[in-house]
Design a protein around this ligand. Structure first.
Ligand SMILES: Nc1ncnc2c1ncn2[C@@H]1O[C@H](COP(=O)(O)OP(=O)(O)OC[C@H]2O[C@@H]([n+]3cccc(C(=O)O)c3)[C@H](O)[C@@H]2O)[C@@H](O)[C@H]1O
Ligand SMILES: Nc1ncnc2c1ncn2[C@@H]1O[C@H](COP(=O)(O)OP(=O)(O)OP(=O)(O)O)[C@@H](O)[C@H]1O
Ligand SMILES: [Mg+2]
Length: 277
């Protein structure tokens, strides 16, 4: 069975699926990109956080294709919220790929932050973002020490909705799958040989127990991707998007709100315009 057939049973509001030929080309394009980024930086390879989720697993598979297993290091960083299943999947990915990896318990590090600013961790998002940023510090610790680049795992759907922690999981040197919508990442994962149980996993940031991306975003990824492609990336008005897809004007407005309110996450921090003195 070809890899794209694997996902063919799904029906989506808008067919963004890549053909086998396109998947071959995207695979080559992304692996070339990873190799070029590492080469251009004069780096000794790359490091990435492995969560057992589809995005980091896909980037790990592609990076091994691009660089070879000996040039990729994985960091598996369990915190209090991560399920044992996800953490053992993360280790399985590293072992299947034959890459060097470390398992680092982040809770004692996060706890030191919570104690340093009493009360701040009462706010769930503030508390959860600390864990995400602790992982970023560890990624850069490993990258600095070994002369490696940090590979990001962000995709286009997350980037356009700001669905990431500022200076957390977005604190990376490059984003190999950054131009692909989430459903295309799943397709590329299958194409790259990621095991089916990981390809079909429900996306979760695991920032609190039971969190799923789709519940927090308020839309399923297929709908989100379709609205992004037609209305945010594409030229269709709200009314035309509603007519083209099986979505409501409220769903389009939700996507627009996510996109608009996260602009600051996609820009360099602003400074006042230069004064002529
Ligand atoms: N207009 C503006 N201009 C400039 N800066 C602005 C700003 N509005 C907020 N800010 C700054 O941004 C901060 C809020 O942003 P941030 O700290 O990122 O926090 P926030 O966006 O509130 O939360 C992170 C979101 O990303 C999701 N996430 C995080 C990590 C991983 C994943 C995943 O999919 O795995 C998902 C998470 O579930 C949550 O929905 C504010 O505290 C403020 O410092
Ligand atoms: N426990 C963890 N250990 C190591 N890295 C992690 C951990 N949790 C998150 N990360 C890093 O943060 C990134 C962002 O998480 P995110 O949930 O968006 O991606 P994912 O888990 O790979 O895929 P999915 O979105 O399908 O859950 C991960 O891809 C991974 O690089
Ligand atoms: Mg995840």
């Amino acid at each position: 069975m070809s890899e794209s057939v694997l996902l063919e049973e799904e029906s989506t509001p808008l067919d963004l699926r890549l053909s086998d030929d396109e998947l071959d080309r995207v695979h080559g394009h992304v692996t070339d990109f990873i190799a070029e980024q590492v080469d251009a930086a004069g780096a000794e390879g790359a490091v990435l956080g492995l969560s057992g989720g589809i995005d980091s697993t896909t980037v790990a598979y592609l990076a091994v294709d691009a660089l070879g297993a000996e040039y990729l290091r994985g960091l598996v960083m369990p915190g209090s919220v991560n399920t044992d299943e996800n953490m053992s999947d993360a280790e399985r990915v590293a072992e299947d790929l034959g890459i060097e990896y470390d398992v680092i318990e982040i809770e004692p590090i996060a706890e030191a932050f919570y104690e340093a600013l009493p009360g701040a961790s009462d706010e769930r998002m503030a508390e959860s973002n600390v864990r995400v940023r602790v992982r970023a510090v560890l990624n850069y610790f490993a990258a600095n020490a070994d002369g490696r680049l940090v590979l990001g795992t962000g995709n286009r759907s997350e980037a356009l909705t700001g669905y990431f922690t500022k200076y957390g999981d977005q604190a990376v040197d490059c984003n190999p799958i950054g131009n692909l919508y989430k459903q295309q990442v799943r397709q590329l994962a299958a194409h790259a040989g990621v095991p089916r149980d990981l390809v079909m996993k429900t996306p979760s940031a695991e920032m609190w127990t039971g969190q799923t991306d789709e519940e927090e975003l308020g839309l399923d990824y297929d709908t989100l991707d379709a609205v992004l492609a037609l209305h945010v990336d594409g030229p269709l008005s709200t009314a035309a998007t509603v007519r083209a897809l099986d979505v409501t004007a409220e769903e389009v407005a939700r996507v627009e709100e996510l996109y608009e309110s996260s602009k600051h996450k996609r820009a360099m921090p602003p400074a006042p315009a230069e004064l002529s003195l």
